[in-house]
Design a protein around this ligand. Structure first.
Ligand code: MRU
Length: 353
C-alpha cells in the first residue's frame, strides 16, 4: 500500500488497527481480541471511514467465528447463530456507511454457502473472506486513482473534506486516490484540506497522510471553502462517500452538501470517489439513508475541554446527503460515471451486492 502505515490488519488471531482518535500526535496500535472490542473500536471511531469499518467488521466476524469454533459445544449451527449475532452487533455501531453491513453480510453468506463444514473450517473460510475484502478494497482504491486522475485539472488544486484517504480504507484512499496517483505521476497537485468539524478528520488525518507523502496541502477551516472558491483557488472538489443510493444521491461527512452547493455556485466540478461496496441501490433516494446522530459532546468539547457553555443544546448529525444533481461525476473502480447515474450505479453496485 501507499504510505508507511496499515489501517487495519489481522495478526496472531487479533484485529489490529491504528487508533485514529490519537493521530496525528500519537501512533498507537489497538489490538481487538473479541468482536465486542471491534464493535467498540468502530463506535468510538478508533477506526472510521466507510471502507475501513467494513474491513474491521469483516475481521470482527472472524473473531466471532473462531471464538464459537473453540467453544466446546461449537457445531456449525452454533457458529452461524454467533455470526448472525456478531453481524447485528457490528451493523448497529454506525448506521450510515453501508460498507459495514455490506461486509458483514458478505462474510455471513460465505459461511452459509459451505456444505456440512467443521466449525474450524467455517472460521478459516470467514477469515479468508475478510482478507479478500481487505485486498479487494485496496485494489479498488488504486483503480479509483487510475480513473480519477484524468479528472484533475492541469493546475491540480483539489479541495477535499473529511478523510477519505488510506486511513479510511484498506489503504490508498478513495477521494485521495486520484490525488496520490497524480502525485506519483509527477503532476502538479495541491490539496485544500477542510479541517472537518467536529471530529477534525481533515486537520488530524488527511493532513497527516498528505504530509507523510510530501503532497503539498493547505489546511483550511470548513467556513473558508467559499472564500477560496470565489478567489479561483480551487479547480475541483473530490470527496468520498458513505452511501450512494440508486438515484445518485450521496451521503458523506456533514458539510459535504454545503461544499457541493458552493461548488455549483462557483461552477467548480464536484466529484465523489467511492468503491462499489459503497453503492446501495436498495434505497431509491437520499431521504431513505439513515443519518447517524452522534453525541453533542463531540461538538461542545474539544480534546476534553469544554468550548461552549454548560447546558447548551448542540446538534450533531454526522453525515448529510448531497443530491445527485449537484454531483458532476462519481469515480468508482469500474470507471467514471456521469449523470444520469441510475443505470450505471445499478451495474456497478451489482458487482458487489
Ligand atoms: O465519521 P467518519 O470519519 O467515519 O466519516 C468518514 C467519511 O465521511 C468519509 O468521507 C467516507 O467514509 C468515505 S471514506 C473513504
Amino acid at each position: 500500500m501507499s504510505g508507511a502505515f496499515r489501517t487495519v490488519w489481522w495478526e496472531e488471531g487479533q484485529v489490529c488497527l491504528i487508533d485514529q482518535r490519537l493521530l496525528p500526535n500519537e501512533t498507537r496500535i489497538v489490538r481487538c481480541a473479541t468482536v465486542e472490542e471491534v464493535a467498540c473500536a468502530i463506535r468510538t471511531m478508533q477506526i472510521r471511514g466507510a471502507p475501513a469499518i467494513g474491513c474491521a467488521a469483516a475481521y470482527g466476524m472472524a473473531l466471532a467465528a473462531f471464538s464459537a469454533a473453540h467453544d466446546a459445544t461449537g457445531d456449525s449451527a452454533r457458529i452461524y447463530a454467533c455470526l448472525m449475532e456478531a453481524k447485528a452487533l457490528l451493523d448497529a455501531q454506525r448506521p450510515t456507511a453501508v460498507n459495514l453491513s455490506w461486509a458483514t453480510r458478505r462474510i455471513l453468506e460465505r459461511a452459509q454457502r459451505l456444505s456440512d463444514p467443521s466449525p474450524d473450517e467455517v472460521a478459516q473460510r470467514v477469515l479468508e473472506e475478510a482478507h479478500a475484502i481487505l485486498a479487494e478494497d485496496l485494489a479498488m482504491c488504486h483503480a479509483i486513482g487510475r480513473h480519477g486522475v484524468a479528472l484533475i485539472p492541469p493546475r491540480g488544486h483539489v479541495l477535499t473534506h473529511c478523510n477519505a484517504g488510506g486511513l479510511a480504507t484498506a489503504g490508498y484512499g478513495t477521494a485521495l486516490a486520484p490525488v496520490r496517483t497524480a502525485h506519483e505521476q509527477g503532476r502538479p497537485i495541491h490539496v485544500y484540506v477542510d479541517e472537518t468539524r467536529p471530529f477534525l478528520q481533515g486537520a488530524r488525518l488527511t493532513a497527516w497522510e498528505l504530509i507523510q507523502e510530501r503532497i503539498p496541502l493547505t489546511l483550511i477551516t470548513d467556513n473558508m471553502a467559499g472564500y477560496f472558491m470565489k478567489r479561483g483557488d480551487i479547480d475541483c472538489v473530490i470527496v468520498g462517500a458513505d452511501r450512494i443510493v440508486a438515484n445518485g444521491d450521496v451521503a458523506n461527512k456533514i458539510g459535504t452538501y454545503s461544499l457541493a452547493v458552493l461548488a455549483r455556485a462557483h461552477r467548480i466540478p464536484f466529484y465523489v470517489a467511492a468503491p462499489s461496496s459503497t453503492i446501495d441501490c436498495s434505497l431509491p433516494n437520499g431521504d431513505a439513508i439513515p443519518i447517524e446522530e452522534r453525541s453533542s459532546d463531540e461538538v461542545t468539547m474539544l480534546f476534553g475541554q469544554r468550548i461552549a457553555p454548560e447546558g447548551v443544546i448542540a446538534a450533531h448529525p454526522a453525515f448529510d446527503v448531497t443530491p445527485a444533481d449537484l454531483v458532476t461525476a462519481i469515480i468508482t473502480e469500474c470507471g467514471v460515471i456521469y449523470p444520469p447515474f441510475a443505470g450505471a450505479l445499478q451495474r456497478a453496485g451489482m458487482e458487489h451486492h
